[in-house]
Design a protein around this ligand. Structure first.
Ligand code: CAA
Length: 379
């Protein structure tokens, strides 16, 4: 497989890298401290076309390929992992569902707004008792005339409170399990729908994570996405692509940690010389760089398979799992190289370590990725 990026992909990478240096790096630490959603940055990203990178131009997007989008997530995550996940969720599981499964009316109504960043998208599958076991969700949708009436509570929803439209999975027939799950586009001002408690998290503080509460929420029939009973497959197929994005996010965090640790190892003097002169540190840096390189190949391979229209679910899970494990290991080692300073908020490596942890958990824990990989191996 050839990973020489083409001119368009390189231009996207360069543009995003510059944007990250100018607009994201200067506020990343503040975003982490204040827990403020970086709305102004998201608007600027919209103006640059970053909120609709892989969405066709005919629908208001940039019309770039999936690998360009993955490179953009990676670059953004180097500066701020929260901003990266806002974009990843907005695109992979907030906008793609309408592009792939929406009616012509739904596409016309939502895609230009989502692709330009005027709207932010979100994805609501998880519930208090339905995390890894996603198909056991309890939110119900009952048809009454020209509306579905939704009742239930979603948990840990990224972009909640800032999103304009939510893809919500609810059961239209509990007896059918996964085959009774249906997906809906829920507008933020839907009667009976509100955003609940905001989570205080270990990291990823700029990303809003909240409950969604549905109390006889009235969703018009035209907001059904796909057919009744198809919602679980819709969600699973979206997550296949989403997991490549999380792999790219993890990769970006790991790369930023390696860069910081390498620079520090050349400046920090102990025993009358830079600590980078010691093999103990060199071995750590070599392992970090090698793991990152391997994670890169998995992430880019999964993205390339997806672009080629080939099966990619197994590789997406491998990429997400390996890149997130790499991010956790590499960021912890970066803190170790920084020593006591690494444990202090003044230095950004502790943020990288806190932000990295969630990449092993969301869009399917790494244990779930192993289940998915094993299913592919045994098929
Ligand atoms: N694509 C299309 N269809 C799929 C699919 C896929 N990738 N995976 C499964 N399906 C289909 C199956 O074919 C099956 O249909 P048939 O019976 O017609 O063949 C149906 O869906 C049910 O599949 P399973 O029997 O495999 O379902 P399961 O209940 O055993 O669950 C699971 C499988 C892999 C454990 C799944 O529940 C899962 O992925 N869990 C993790 C959930 C998750 O990733 N949550 C993330 C939340 S979103 C998030 O984190 C976003 C964020 O904020 C950052």
């Amino acid at each position: 497989m050839d990973f020489q990026f083409n001119q368009d992909q390189l231009m996207m990478q360069k543009m995003v890298r510059d944007f990250v240096q100018e607009e994201i790096v200067p506020i990343a630490m503040q975003t982490d401290e204040t827990h403020e959603f970086p709305l102004e940055t998201i608007h600027k990203m919209g103006e640059l076309g970053l909120m609709g990178i892989p969405i066709p131009e005919g629908h208001g997007g940039a019309g770039a390929d999936f690998l360009s989008y993955i490179l953009a997530i990676e670059e953004i995550a180097k500066g701020c992992a929260s901003t990266a996940v806002i974009l990843a969720v907005h695109t992979s599981v907030g906008t793609f569902p309408i592009l792939y499964f929406g009616t012509e009316e739904q596409k016309q109504k939502y895609l230009p707004k989502l692709a330009s960043g005027k709207f932010i998208g979100a994805f609501a599958l998880t519930e208090a008792n339905a995390g890894s076991d996603a198909s056991s969700l309890q939110t119900t949708a009952v048809r009454k005339g020209d509306h579905y009436i939704l009742n239930g509570t979603k948990r840990f929803i990224t972009n909640a409170g800032y999103a304009d439209v939510y893809l919500v999975m609810a059961s239209t027939d509990r007896a059918k399990g996964p085959h009774g799950v249906t997906s809906f586009l829920v507008d933020k001002d839907t009667p009976g729908f509100k955003v609940g408690k905001k989570e205080e998290k270990m990291g990823l503080n700029g990303s809003a994570t909240c409950e969604l509460i549905f109390e006889d929420a009235m969703v018009p029939v035209e907001n059904l996405l796909g057919a009744e009973g198809q919602g679980f497959k819709v969600a699973m197929s979206l997550l296949d692509g989403g997991r490549i994005g999380i792999g790219a996010q993890a990769l970006g965090i790991a790369e930023a940690a390696l860069e910081a640790a390498l620079a520090y190892s050349q400046e920090r003097v102990q025993f009358k010389q830079a600590i980078g002169n010691f093999q103990g540190i060199q071995f750590m840096l070599s392992d970090m760089a090698t793991q990152i390189e391997a994670a890169k190949l998995l992430v880019y391979q999964a993205a390339s398979l997806r672009m080629a229209g080939l099966p990619y679910g197994k590789q997406a899970s491998m990429a997400k799992m390996f890149a997130s494990d790499t991010a956790v290991k590499v960021t912890a080692d970066a803190v170790q190289i920084f020593g006591g300073y690494g444990y202090c908020k003044e230095y950004k490596v502790e943020r990288y370590m806190r932000d990295a942890k969630i990449t092993q958990i969301y869009e399917g824990t790494n244990q779930i990725q192993r289940i998915v990989i094993a299913k592919h191996l045994r098929a």
